[in-house]
Design a protein around this ligand. Structure first.
Ligand SMILES: Cc1ncc(COP(=O)(O)O)c(C=O)c1O
Length: 392
C-alpha cells in the first residue's frame, strides 16, 4: 500500500545543512539553518534553562498527565509574557503546543472547526511552513505582498492593495516581530492600521510570534501585537519558546485565543478536543522549564540578561555586516540590514548566485537569499562581505 505514496520533497534548508556538513574546506560559513549561535558557533543551553531543569530534576514529584491543554500555569505565564496586561485572563483560552509549529496548526484547526471557508491571508514571503500548515488544516490561503526588496522595508502600498480583497470571516496571518525571512517589521502606525482594517472588514488577526526578545526587547517586540489585542474582540496569538528560551528540541509553544468571555469555555473545549484527537496531551518538560523561569524573579532576571546578550550580539552583527558590505560594494545597497530585526534578512540573488556563493566562496545561505545573522562572527564578516560583493 505504501508504494503509492508521493515522494516527499526534501526541505531546502535541511539540504543546505547537509551540504555544509559535507564541505571539507576550512573557510566556510553556515548562514542557513534558523538557530541562534554564539560566537563559537554553538547553540547553547541557556543558563536559566539549565538551572530550571536542575530544579525540576530535584523537585518534580510526578510525570503523570497534565490537562488536555497542558499546565494552566504555563498558559498563564505565556499569556503574561506575550500579551502583558492587554487582555483580561477571562477572555483568553489557550493550550500548550508542540513548539510554535503545532501551535500554528492548532490555531488553524480551530479556525477550520469554526469556519472551514475562511481564507488565511499569508505574507509574501513568509516562513514556508505557513503554507503547508494551512493546507494541512484544510483551509485555503491567499497571499499579500509584504516586502519591498528595493528598500528592505515593508511594502505598505502592496500589502493594503492586496488585503483590500479580504472577505468578512477571513484571517490575516502576521508575524509578531522579527519577520521570517525578511527582518522587516510593522511599525506602531502599521499595527494601528491592521486593527482598523480588521474591525472594518470583519477579519480576524492571527499573530505568529517566534522571536520575542530577538528584536528590540521583550516588551518592545510585543508592543504591536499587544496594541492590536487590546482592540480586537477575537484574535489568535501563537508563541514559540524555541528561540528565545533556546528550547528548540523540547518543542515548547503556546496557542492563545482571545475571545469574548462568554465564548471562552467553548473555545477552550474545542482546543482540548482537537488535542485529544491528535496528541492527547501537549509535551510538558519545556513548558515547565519556561514557567519556572518566568515565575521565579532570579531565574527570570538571568534569562532576560542572557537574551539581551544574544539580541545585542545579533544587532551588532547586523551593523557590522552592513558596514562591511558598504565598504566592499562601494554603495549602501545593503544598508537596510542594519535597520531590520531578528535573525533573518534577505540578500536577494538568483539560485545561480546563491550556488556560486556556496561553491566559490563557502558561504551557505538558503534559497531567496535568506541569511541567519547569528551564524556570523567578527572573523567571518569580511569573508562574507567580499563574497556577496563579488557575486550579488
Ligand atoms: C515564523 C515562525 N513561526 C513558527 C516557527 C516555529 O518554531 P518551532 O516550531 O520550532 O517552535 C518558526 C521557526 O522557525 C518561525 O520562524
Amino acid at each position: 500500500m505504501f508504494k503509492t505514496l508521493p515522494a516527499p520533497v526534501a526541505d531546502p534548508i535541511l539540504k543546505v545543512m547537509t551540504m555544509f556538513r559535507e564541505d571539507t574546506r576550512d573557510a566556510k560559513v553556515d548562514l542557513g539553518l534558523g538557530v541562534y549561535k554564539d560566537p563559537q558557533g554553538n547553540t547553547p543551553v541557556m543558563r536559566a534553562v539549565k538551572a530550571a531543569e536542575a530544579r525540576l530534576v530535584e523537585q518534580q514529584a510526578t510525570k503523570s498527565y497534565t490537562t488536555l491543554s497542558g499546565d494552566p500555569a504555563f498558559r498563564a505565564a505565556m499569556a503574561g509574557l506575550v500579551l502583558g496586561d492587554a487582555v483580561p485572563a477571562s477572555r483568553i483560552a489557550g493550550s500548550a503546543s508542540t513548539g510554535g509549529t503545532a501551535g500554528v496548526r492548532l490555531g488553524l484547526d480551530l479556525i477550520h472547526a469554526a469556519n472551514p471557508n475562511a481564507a488565511i491571508w499569508i505574507s509574501l514571503p513568509t516562513w514556508p511552513n505557513h503554507f503547508a500548515l494551512t493546507k494541512a488544516a484544510g483551509l485555503k490561503y491567499r497571499t499579500y505582498r509584504y516586502y519591498d526588496p528595493e528598500t528592505g522595508a515593508v511594502d505598505r502600498e502592496g500589502m493594503w492593495e492586496d488585503l483590500s480583497a479580504a472577505e468578512p470571516g477571513d484571517v490575516i496571518l502576521l508575524h509578531g516581530c522579527c519577520h521570517n525571512p525578511t527582518g522587516a517589521d510593522l511599525n506602531a502606525e502599521d499595527w494601528a492600521n491592521v486593527a482598523a482594517f480588521c474591525k472594518e472588514k470583519g477579519v480576524m488577526p492571527f499573530i505568529d510570534t517566534a522571536y520575542q526578545g530577538f528584536g528590540d526587547g521583550l516588551d518592545a517586540d510585543a508592543a504591536g501585537l499587544r496594541a492590536l489585542a487590546a482592540q480586537m474582540e477575537r484574535m489568535i496569538v501563537v508563541s514559540s519558546a524555541s528561540k528565545n528560551f533556546g528550547l528548540y528540541r523540547e518543542r515548547t509553544g503556546c496557542c492563545l485565543v482571545i475571545c469574548p468571555e462568554e465564548e471562552r469555555a467553548l473555545v477552550q473545549g474545542t482546543l482540548e478536543r482537537i488535542n485529544r484527537e491528535s496528541i492527547s496531551f501537549p509535551p510538558d518538560h519545556g513548558a515547565r522549564v519556561v514557567t519556572e523561569i518566568l515565575t521565579d524573579p532570579a531565574l527570570r532576571a538571568d534569562w532576560e540578561a542572557e537574551l539581551t546578550e544574544m539580541r545585542d550580539r545579533m544587532n551588532g552583527l547586523r551593523r557590522d555586516l552592513a558596514r562591511a558590505l558598504r565598504d566592499a560594494c562601494g554603495s549602501d545597497r545593503f544598508g537596510f540590514l542594519a535597520d531590520q530585526r531578528g535573525m533573518f534578512s534577505l540578500l536577494g540573488g538568483s539560485e545561480e548566485q546563491i550556488t556560486r556563493l556556496r561553491e566559490e566562496h563557502g558561504v551557505y545561505i538558503v534559497g531567496g537569499g535568506r541569511l541567519n545573522m547569528a551564524g556570523l562572527t567578527p572573523e567571518t564578516i569580511p569573508m562574507v562581505a567580499k563574497a556577496v560583493a563579488a557575486v550579488l
